[in-house]
Design a protein around this ligand. Sequence first.
Ligand code: PGA
Length: 244
Amino acid sequence: MAGNWKMYKTPAETKAFFDAFLPLVAESKHCEVAICPPFVNIHAAVEAARGTRVGVGAQNLYWKNEGAFTGEISGPMIKAAGAEWAIVGHSERRQFFGETDATVLERTKAALACGLRPIVCVGERLEEREGGRTETVLAEQFGSGIAPLDAESFAKIVIAYEPVWAIGTGKTATPEMAADAHRSLRALVIAKYGAAAGAAVRILYGGSVKPDNVKGLMAQPEIDGALVGGASLDAGSFASIVNF
Ligand code: PGA
């Protein structure tokens, strides 16, 4: 269960979140939990989560380790700040910041090279779904952004299926719609990496996951977890999601 805070919260607000959140999930041993705050809060989050089961992640990373790349932040820097995870290829990166399947692949490799665990996002836009292209789009994103990884690297990533039309809109994919997309992704994994990899890979669903719809989503055997935006900003609501 991963929280994507997007561009919300200061370091002080980060600390306050953890103070409220940690006691609520102290007994939750059924899943891994991660919070991905803005870069400037990673330190505060790592300090607050130290000694707990809650991991911390970044929302992006650049694929070079260092250099003259003004404004960028590298995997080794994120790792040195104490984070463990990195979201890669979120649809907002694709939509607003020129992310492509090729750069998703570069970032994923860079994350793996420094020991970060990538959560690689894929998902179709509304017009693609309405045009009946969901499976094609997922196959393209998987084929160019993920499938070039070797099997050993693939085994270390988590995939997040996030239909773009469901992100921040209050429109969740129905559990059945999400499960269908997860099934096609898993079929792509099996075709490329084999049945064992298909069974082992974790595919998270993201897009307006809330305390009141998480149970239905998680009841689908195809759905292994959630990547949560808006509802991860509030300690009580993200804790109810974790404890579904
Ligand atoms: P949302 O965002 O839960 O606010 O829809 C999900 C995401 O973008 O990861």
